[in-house]
Ligand binder design. Structure first.
Ligand code: KG4
Ligand code: ZN
Length: 350
């Protein structure tokens, strides 16, 4: 069975065809994954402009779906279902994908599956690597989220912790902005950090020990916090002579020092959680999982702890529809379909 996936939650219009393999250990194969990025449109404004994003999704969605079908060697008649991101994300953007998917499901008489964006990021690990040894602890780290999930059974995602303030990707984007490096910040900081000294600037690491009043069900000590770090970088930059631009080497040193603190906070909590929950594997997914230091440190730490570690390919790290199609197949096989009453939900919980 082949499924068409559609993802429009933020600034990427994406469609993909994913197929079931019949192999329980590696259940899905990607036939196509087309992504139309809006980065060039939003970088002019220093961040995603929701109104521009939804209008661009409208322009791109038909062409992106057509290409995903052609590249996936499929016609509408070859499909068994349509999966779409219901939320969370920008509501105007989500609505384009949800409306398109509903119309296509009605016209082609196909079942519709509503997917949570973060379930998509988690299932990108399975699409890439096959089923993970369970229980697994998965870190989802993107521009909007930094959360740890326990996966005890396939398709079950239990939230263990989350960020109290900024997401890690958001911190990358804000620090890049204040260094004058443009949007999105993650890839450029990642690149500049390679030529910087990661101990050049002393930046704080935040360790939370108390429960979150807003999430009393979570213990709290595995939570993340990145806004203090961002403020420390801001103070460091402001503390310099205001009218002299920062030399390139100092920018590289700030990028490297910032990245060291972010990556070590992510890795520490991930492996703490893995130990606490007796995980047989760990995974990292979401846009920030494209980070070269995070990828290297994860591998190194996994080898030291003798626990298998999993990552998506770079194309499956950032937002894409193949992961939504994969998560959609998981839900479809568990018997969950949506009606044509489906609505986008900007604050959908997993
Ligand atoms: O998952 P994603 O594509 O969209 C959201 O769901 O948010 O993640 C986008 C985020 C952005 O904040 C971007 O700066 C960050 O991922 N990112 C990176 C890298 N590539 C993308 N952060 C650090 N290093 C990278 N190489
Ligand atoms: Zn995402």
């Amino acid at each position: 069975m082949r499924i068409l996936g559609i993802e429009t939650s933020c600034d990427e219009t994406s469609a993909a065809v994913v197929e079931e393999t019949g192999d329980a250990a590696a259940p899905w194969a990607m036939r196509s994954n087309v992504v139309a990025s809006q980065v060039a449109i939003h970088s002019e404004w220093g961040g995603v402009v929701p109104e521009l994003a939804s209008r661009q999704h409208l322009r791109d969605i038909c062409g992106v779906v057509d290409r995903a079908l052609v590249e996936g060697g499929s016609t509408w008649r070859d499909l068994g279902a349509i999966a779409v991101t219901q939320g969370p994300g920008l509501v105007g953007s989500l609505l384009v994908g949800v409306s398109f998917a509903k119309a296509a499901a009605a016209a082609a008489n196909l079942p519709l599956v509503a997917v949570h964006h973060l379930a998509g990021h988690i299932e990108s690990l399975v699409l890439q690597n096959g089923e993970l040894p369970l229980p697994a602890v998965v870190l989802v780290v993107s521009g909007g989220h930094t959360s740890l999930y326990l996966v005890e059974r396939p398709g079950s995602y239990q939230l263990l912790s989350r960020t109290r303030d900024d997401a890690a990707g958001e911190a990358y984007d804000k620090v890049a902005k204040l260094l004058g490096l443009g949007y999105p910040g993650g890839p450029v900081i990642d690149r500049l950090a390679k030529s910087g000294n990661d101990r050049a600037i002393a930046l704080p690491t935040t360790r939370l020990t108390h429960a979150d009043r807003n999430a009393p069900e979570l213990k709290g000590d595995l939570d993340f916090s990145f806004s203090g770090l961002k403020t420390a970088v801001l103070r460091h930059v402001r503390g310099r002579a205001a009218d002299t631009p920062l030399p390139d080497q100092e920018i590289a040193d700030i990028a490297a020092s910032f990245q060291r603190v972010v990556v070590s906070a992510l890795i520490e909590r991930l492996f703490d959680a893995a130990r606490r929950y007796g995980a047989k594997s760990v995974g990292v997914a979401g846009g920030v999982s494209a980070n070269s230091r995070l990828r290297a440190d994860l591998k190194e730490r996994g080898e030291r702890r003798e626990i298998p570690t999993f990552l998506p390919s770079l194309a499956l790290s950032t937002d894409n529809a193949a992961m939504i199609a994969a998560a959609g197949l998981r839900k479809l096989r568990a018997g969950h379909t949506a009606s044509l009453e489906l609505n986008a939900d900007a604050a959908l919980t997993l």
